[in-house]
Design a protein around this ligand. Structure first.
Ligand SMILES: Nc1ncnc2c1ncn2[C@@H]1O[C@H](COP(=O)(O)OP(=O)(O)OP(=O)(O)O)[C@@H](O)[C@H]1O
Length: 584
């Protein structure tokens, strides 16, 4: 129960609703327990009528009174049972909502390395399945516990006061029932988990196949994909059958044990009535109803125990993530104004999860408003430099300064706000094109969106779509070409009007003519903004104030286009190669 202590703050938050819920549950159960008493009394009236001890008039009036009370008690019990679910179960839904938000909010502050070291499926499971299991503790488990305690206290008091010996015999099978249900619930939960895992394996498989459907079709591997699906699906079928087998035991077992208890009541109660140990025949009817009423609550003891155990395990998994501290933290509360001077001094960086050293002793300076181009082979460390400027990771060696301040001494939010970043893989959300661009500036006007799209040379493409800027992208919308995606992504960064613009090979899918036009526009809009452009093309680098060439994490060349094109090395080779390609 240690992990579940985390929920206490939520129980406190909803304490009034909970208290009302508990009171309502108690009232509902007390009224439900009028039924056996009244039925017992009614049978006694009938028996007295047969033995001739009461008159026809008394018989009728007593029977009618009992029936009216019975209906009244049933209505009140029903109403309060409805209210009981409306309060306690609702509280569990509120707690589920709060916990989900807490986990999601925490995910947002965790650093990129957290996402690298944990699978997306795991993140999703903890926020959906695990939170769902915890909810079962916060709602149904509490409700059924109060239910059982109230029913037992009231019913046992009534039963003992009526027939103590009969009470003892009728209660005998109930702990056995509770224990068996507990064992069965654990087995059901265990098998449900196996089914769940197999289902998520099946859906991950199908999801991936659907995403890669064009590859599957072009390689004509549909038969083997179908085969694989059939194997996974038949494994799942077997697991479902195994689960259904244990589930099938649940109700017959309950019916069997209720039957045994009823038999005991009739047998022992009957014997006691004949021996004169109990006064009336109505007591037997009363006890039969008690037994039936108590069986389910007794069964829930076992069920609730397994719910609590599962919730404890789930909350433990949730806490594991909640206790993770973000590696990148903002340590500066006051706002920092950013101008855009960037300096790297002997920066080395190794990715913690892969131990790959991406940068080795990298040094360069960039004045505010200057343009830097970074070139180099793939995997040379170009993107890593941009990630470090946005503090997606912190350096282990050397220093990075922005405006002559160590990057760690700058307000993290101001730093990121001042950056317009266009990633290598343009990521667009399943939303309208307009909203995807406005992601860079939430309060942007329509004119600003159009202006940004024009500067990114994508406006004409957008107005060519039937719904223009309201065209929905993604799974339920249209798919943009690689170059269109890159340009929407550039528009998103431009609209932000950032002090520092980081462009990570974001023109690779654009033809050279459009590239030139975009670069011209960028030059105009970002003339006073620090710009770093990562590229494999000389055309993107040639107008930069500074150019550096990286190889395996080291700077192997630096200078301007004019100096580097005359110097033996990577830049000149690339220049000559791309020039001759253009001439061809
Ligand atoms: N998130 C990461 N976790 C672990 N290793 C990484 C990560 N990102 C990059 N690397 C590794 O760091 C090295 C540098 O990668 P980086 O993406 O900076 O290269 P790049 O020069 O931008 O390459 P490209 O031109 O192909 O984009 C590579 O060896 C890469 O495998």
């Amino acid at each position: 129960m240690k992990a579940l202590k985390h929920l206490n703050k939520y129980f406190y938050k909803y304490r009034y609703r909970l208290i009302v819920g508990i009171i309502i549950t108690i009232i509902a159960k007390i009224f439900a327990l009028f039924t056996p008493r009244l039925i017992g009394a009614s049978i006694n009236v009938i028996s007295e009528k047969f033995s001739g001890t009461i008159s026809q008039e008394d018989f009728e009036s007593q029977l009618i009174t009992n029936i009216i009370y019975l209906i009244g008690a049933a209505i009140i019990a029903g109403l309060f049972t409805f209210l009981m679910r409306q309060t306690i179960i609702n509280v569990s839904r509120y707690i589920e909502f709060d916990l989900k938000n807490e986990v999601y909010k925490h995910y947002q502050v965790l650093s990129l390395s957290f996402y690298k070291s944990n699978r997306t499926g795991d993140l999703m499971n903890r926020i959906s399945e695990d939170v769902g299991k915890v909810r079962m503790y916060a709602g149904p488990a509490i409700m059924y516990t109060i239910n059982t305690v109230t029913l037992f206290t009231v019913a046992l008091t009534q039963m003992i006061s009526t027939a103590p010996k009969l009470t003892m015999y009728t209660m005998l099978p109930l702990p056995i029932l509770s224990f068996i249900i507990y064992k069965l619930s654990r087995l059901i939960n265990h098998r449900s988990k196996i089914v769940q895992e197999s289902l998520s394996g099946l859906s991950s498989y199908t999801q991936e196949q659907f995403s890669g459907i064009s590859v599957i079709k072009s390689y004509t591997i549909e038969p083997s994909v179908n085969n694989e699906f059939e194997i996974l699906s038949s494994e799942n079928r077997q697991k479902q059958i195994d689960l259904a087998k244990v589930q099938a035991f649940f109700f017959p077992l309950m019916i069997l044990l209720i039957g045994v208890s009823n038999l005991l009541v009739i047998f022992i109660g009957g014997k006691q009535y004949i021996d004169g140990e109990i006064e009336s025949i109505g007591t037997i009817a009363e006890f039969i109803i008690y037994v039936n009423m108590l069986t389910w609550p007794v069964a829930t003891v076992g069920w609730v125990t397994s719910i609590v155990q599962q919730a404890e395990a789930s909350q433990k998994r949730i806490n594991e993530f909640l206790e993770q501290e973000p590696e990148i933290k903002n340590t500066v509360d006051e706002a920092t104004a950013i101008e855009g001077r960037i300096e790297f001094n002997n920066v080395s960086f190794t990715y913690p999860d892969t131990n790959i050293t991406a940068l080795k002793n990298v040094s360069f300076q960039l004045e505010a408003g200057e343009k830097l181009a970074i070139l180099g082979m793939t995997g040379a460390g170009k993107s890593t430099i941009l990630d470090l400027i946005g503090r997606l990771y912190d350096t282990q060696e050397g220093e990075i300064k922005v405006d002559d301040k160590l990057i760690t001494n700058i307000n993290l939010f101001n730093l990121r706000e001042s950056i317009g970043y266009v990633p290598q893989d343009a990521f667009l959300f399943s939303d309208s094109i307009k909203n995807n661009i406005m992601f860079g500036k939430e309060d942007a006007t329509e004119e600003e969106v159009i202006e940004a799209a024009k500067n990114a040379r994508v406006h004409k493409n957008i107005i060519g779509f039937k719904n223009g800027y309201n065209t929905i992208l993604g799974e339920r919308g249209i798919t943009l070409s690689g170059g269109q995606k890159q340009r929407v992504s550039i528009a998103r960064a431009i609209i932000k009007s950032p002090d520092i613009l980081l462009l990570d090979d974001c023109l690779s899918a654009v033809d050279t003519e459009t590239e030139e036009k975009i670069l011209k526009n960028l030059e105009r809009i970002s003339h006073n903004k620090t710009t770093i452009i990562v590229s494999h093309r000389i055309s993107s680098a040639k107008n930069a104030d500074k150019i550096i060439v990286l190889d395996e994490g080291r700077i192997i060349q630096s200078g301007t286009h004019q100096t580097l094109k005359k110097t033996e090395g990577y830049y000149r080779d690339l220049y000559l190669k791309q020039r001759s390609e253009k001439e061809m």
